[in-house]
Design a protein around this ligand. Structure first.
Ligand SMILES: *Cc1c(COP(=O)(O)O)cnc(C)c1O
Length: 341
């Protein structure tokens, strides 16, 4: 597809094949030098470890155009670091973090025609991923791996403003067995496909997962961390070893504390205290913050005072400040904005 055919203002969140992707292969204990290539297809053995034992992980980040026409990424070093942590947990060789950022830059630069124009709200979504590629039939990790990054333009997450959503307390656990919830990997998503399908069928936008051991503490949704605002304006975010450490959430906490002078608490959050919060939101790369207006727990409803019409005032301030930094309208903390030259 040529970028000329793309209607930037009406893009959804779907895959559009772009011209270039990055690939590096790991063999005999080392990564090769890597290359930007054009072939979007991957051909592997039917017995590749990725197919049999799901030895694969991924990351997600965005590149976008600033008002003055530059192309930038937001904190790609944190994606590099998190993917290295995920890889270790899945017995994969971490892709060197400096090479990860360099590969991001190469893919974005090669696909510069697909970076949406400023003002459309659209961005170039980047999907780094890694997998075990050689045949493995006994249960063990692969020896050979492939690291890739592809790019696909995506539309603005909210068309016409962020409307609060209604979510449900899930009957299922998000994390895969044995505490692998805190890695960004396909297996966690595979296990969330059934619960999200059930939630959608029942008319809910998302699931709130509670901790698997006691079902009393708030964890996260299938793909986003929670933020809560107390009635006296404190930002509270759940702390747990089985929550994915969201880069958006960590950035929001920094902005709240160091730029907006708010009180910030990163701690265990009991589900029983959720009814006392004034605002609730979901945070992640795709939407930055989606406001939550209502949570349904098996027929019992928790409605937030901020309501179902628009983002609550504190959530809005956090959203405006973080998106202002991302769009380079506000000064960014050191190292947050990485320019593609
Ligand atoms: C990606 C992801 C998030 C959001 O993380 P960001 O780094 O902010 O995009 C939250 N939870 C899960 C399970 C995720 O996979």
């Amino acid at each position: 597809m040529s970028n000329k055919e793309i209607d930037w203002s009406n893009l959804g969140f779907g895959y559009i094949q772009t011209d270039y992707r990055y690939v590096s292969r790991y063999k005999d204990g080392k990564w090769d030098e890597g290359a930007v290539i054009t072939d979007p297809d991957i051909v592997l053995s039917e017995c590749a470890c990725v197919f049999q034992y799901a030895q694969t992980c991924f990351e997600g980040l965005k590149a976008y155009r600033t008002q003055d026409g530059r192309i930038v990424c937001f904190r790609p070093d944190l994606n590099a670091e998190r993917m290295a942590d995920t890889a270790k947990r899945l017995v994969m060789p971490p892709f060197p973090e400096d090479r990860f950022v360099d590969a991001v830059k190469k893919v974005v630069k090669a696909n510069a025609d697909f970076v949406p124009p400023f003002g459309t709200g659209a961005t170039l979504y980047l999907r780094p991923f890694m997998m075990g590629t050689n045949p493995v039939i006994g249960v063990k990790p692969a020896d050979d791996f492939e690291f890739r990054i592809f790019a696909t333009p995506v539309g603005p997450y909210f068309k016409g403003g962020a409307k609060p959503i209604t979510i449900k307390v899930s009957d299922y656990d998000r994390a895969a067995p044995h505490g692998t919830g805190n890695i960004k990997a396909g297996l966690n998503y595979a296990m969330s496909l059934y619960p999200i399908t059930v939630a959608h069928e029942e008319g809910f936008a998302e699931n709130m997962y509670l901790d698997a051991a006691t079902r009393t503490k708030v964890e996260e949704t299938g793909g986003a961390n929670f933020i809560f605002i107390t009635k006296d304006g404190t930002l509270v975010t759940p702390k747990s070893d089985s929550i994915l450490p969201s880069i958006t959430r960590r950035s929001i906490c920094y902005v709240a504390e160091h730029i907006l002078g708010m009180k910030v608490e990163h701690r265990e959050v009991e589900f029983s205290e959720v009814k006392d919060f004034a605002e609730c939101g979901l945070c992640g790369t795709a939407a930055v913050i989606s406001p939550v207006g209502r949570i349904v727990d098996h027929g019992k409803e928790i409605s937030f005072p901020a309501g179902m019409d628009e983002m609550g005032p504190v959530t809005k301030k956090l959203y405006d400040t973080l998106t202002g930094i991302q769009q380079c309208r506000l000064d960014a903390p050191e190292g947050w904005i990485v320019e593609i030259d």
